[in-house]
Write a protein that binds this ligand. Structure first.
Ligand code: NAP
Ligand code: GFB
Length: 321
């Protein structure tokens, strides 16, 4: 790079997914800085369950910094039926990416965990010190233990090699480019897809479970801005929760009503209580984030849901579903 400073090459693994597109949107809408080259990798650029493909991807892109998002991801019902695959695939992907980053002298890696990895039997709200304080919820133990091992590996790379590898812990994420598959996907994309169908068929919306569980939802484009900030400014190895506040926790029933409103849907809701509720709640404390960013503004959920629903309707033919 001319006048002496090295260009930052930022590789986003899993760059074609929900969170990857949230980062892309943030970078293309104000976050881009001079001397930064952003690469959003997909599985077509290399299968990260394979070590040699991982090494080939790093050789191809020569990153100086990595945001590691790539993972086998799914909602409650996707996890329930495949915990072993979620465990094995994610453990292999995470070890390949971190060891290859280390081999390539990558200065900074930000990996992505999830609030579902915290212990199921715990005091609330949950904070970053509680990650390893007991077993996660049964419904997603595979994914959860694989994600916890990232935090353990970050500690090892820091203690033994002085690496600055860290992680973020988002709550449930939603937004454009999500996975709207009814069986594999998460609750908000599932409800948006089901409202789209119910509207066509003139039927009520079927919400799975009792509608009582509680969740905190973060918009992918807000999460994108926060992860870019973590890459640039956050120097700790310990993870940081990226979430709206406890006051924004909402029941699944209320979330379904907000989706119905955003889709202008008036056929009503019914609850299929034969379906699992999964974990009742995983209330996250964002005090650490607020100490760093006291003025960060989250997009109001109504506005974020409207943008997401409009995106799904406009991209129905090509959306993942
Ligand atoms: P997503 O939409 O399903 O995207 C997954 C990404 O990973 C895609 O780009 C996919 O590439 C890539 N990928 C999957 N397997 C791969 C492999 N074997 N080799 C290379 N790339 C592979 O997932 P997301 O919701 O954006 O999740 C991103 C990160 O956020 C994950 O680490 C997840 O655990 C975390 N997270 C998500 C949520 C949520 O609610 N969604 C909540 C908390 C944390 P292709 O497009 O080519 O398949
Ligand atoms: O988002 P979700 O699939 O995952 O489900 P979790 C949240 C809640 O929504 C559960 C209810 O109580 C479901 O019973 N629900 C109602 C629905 N209708 C639907 C629907 O149409 N689709 C889905 N999917 N749920 C996941 C973890 O837990 O959270 C993952 O399993 C990941 O590993 C993710 O961490 C963020 O919030 O229960």
């Amino acid at each position: 790079m001319e006048n002496g400073y090295q260009e930052k090459v930022i590789l986003v693994t899993g760059g074609s997914g929900l969170v990857g597109n949230g980062i892309k949107y943030a970078v293309e809408n104000g976050e881009q800085r001079k001397g930064e080259k952003w690469i959003y990798a997909t599985s077509k650029d290399g299968d990260l369950t394979d070590l040699e493909s991982t090494r080939a991807m790093f050789a191809m892109f020569q990153p100086t910094h990595v945001i590691h998002l790539a993972a086998k991801v799914g909602g409650l019902f996707g996890n329930l039926k495949a915990n072993l695959e979620f465990l094995r695939k994610n453990i292999i992907i995470n070890d390949n990416v971190l060891r290859t980053a280390h081999e390539n002298n990558v200065q900074h890696v930000v990996s992505c965990l999830s609030t579902c990895i915290f212990p199921d039997k715990t005091t609330y709200p949950i904070n970053e010190t509680m990650v390893h304080n007991g077993p996660p919820h049964d419904s997603n133990y595979g994914y959860s233990y694989a994600k916890r091992m990232i935090d353990i590996m970050n500690r090892g790379y820091n203690q033994e090699h002085g690496r600055n590898y860290t992680s973020v812990i988002p709550t449930n994420v939603f937004g454009p480019e999500d996975n709207f598959n009814l069986e594999e996907g998460h609750v908000l994309p599932g409800l948006i897809h089901k409202v789209y169908q119910a509207k066509k068929e003139g039927k009520p919306l079927t919400v799975w479970g009792t509608g009582k569980p509680l969740r905190q939802f973060i918009y992918s484009r807000d999460l994108g801005r926060l992860i870019v900030w973590v890459l640039r400014e956050y120097k700790e190895t310990e993870p940081i929760i990226l979430s709206v506040g406890e006051e924004d926790e909402t029941s699944i029933k209320e979330a379904a009503e907000k989706v119905a409103e955003a889709m202008d849907f008036k056929n009503g809701l019914i609850f299929d209580t034969t379906k699992s509720d999964g974990q009742y709640k995983k209330t996250a404390d964002n005090a650490k984030l607020r100490r760093y960013l006291p003025d960060f503004k989250f997009t109001p959920i109504g506005e974020a849901l409207k943008e997401t629903c409009d995106w799904f309707v406009a991209n129905y033919e090509t959306a993942r579903k």
